[in-house]
Write a protein that binds this ligand. Structure first.
Ligand code: GSH
Length: 234
């Protein structure tokens, strides 16, 4: 049994999609990051970086309980555990890692900053808004070009790189529909997969989360996510 600690956020959705695609036995342990669940001693014992998701695998290949955080590492662990969604051919495998790393180091952080300055920050910072909107456009262009040349991010096989990317592109698929036709084609194919359609709903039933952070995002939420509690010694 694998426990997924997380809520309705893009990073937890990556892992829910993978667990469903791989038909693993799993359960969700809901972590409400707007209420500060990620800052409790119990959660920090799992992930000292106070970020969701975390998985706890009671049946790891080494035997027994295994805790892992960082979605790129979790996706690779699950793919290797099951032998699925990671190409066998060494160069195809490396290309899959390349797009996975591109999601982890480029798309994830930059889309995150764009959402922060566009939706969550209390004051309006024109420079930051422009900077991150332009960077999101540039990254979208790179992904669109890749998907013009290949069916899936890794090439001709659906892999964990696609699972990592979809949750971050969902909002773009709606807000920028028609601007990036190859991303649109890929997004439609992704959402037709039952595991993807179900995985992106992870935690929604329990959520008090403000999807997209557009309305009702309060100073209390800001204090939890970017205030002093984040910097308290642990
Ligand atoms: N690089 C990390 C990012 C994880 C992350 O940013 N998680 C957010 C939700 S999407 C979180 O739990 N934030 C809580 C906090 O910062 O206190 C990963 O890929 O696992």
């Amino acid at each position: 049994m694998i426990t997924l600690y997380g809520g309705p956020t893009p990073n937890a959705r990556k892992i829910a999609i993978a667990l469903l695609e791989m038909a693993l036995e799993w359960r969700l342990e809901h972590v409400d990051i707007l209420a500060g669940d990620q800052l409790t001693p119990e959660f920090l014992a799992l992930n000292p970086n106070n970020k969701t998701p975390v998985i706890v695998d009671e049946n790891s290949p080494a035997g027994g309980r295994f805790v892992l955080w960082e979605t790129g590492a979790i996706l690779l662990y699950l793919a290797e555990k099951t032998g699925r969604f990671l190409p066998q051919d060494p160069t195809k495998r490396a290309i899959c890692w390349q797009w996975l790393m591109f999601q982890m180091t480029g798309v994830g952080p930059m889309f995150g900053q764009q959402a922060h300055f566009t939706h969550y920050a209390k004051e309006r910072h024109e420079y930051a808004i422009q900077r991150y909107n332009r960077e999101v456009d540039r990254l979208m262009m790179v992904v669109d070009k890749r998907l013009a040349d290949a069916e899936w991010l890794g090439g001709d096989e659906y892999t964990i790189a696609d699972m990592a990317m979809l949750p971050y592109l969902r909002r773009q698929l709606i807000e920028r529909a028609g601007h990036f036709p190859n991303v649109d084609r890929w997004g439609t194919a992704m959402l037709e997969r039952p595991a993807v359609a179900e995985g992106i709903k992870v935690g929604v039933a329990r959520a008090e989360t403000i999807e997209g952070g557009l309305s009702g995002f309060t100073d209390e939420h800001r204090a939890i996510l970017w205030g002093d509690r984040q910097h308290a010694p642990r």
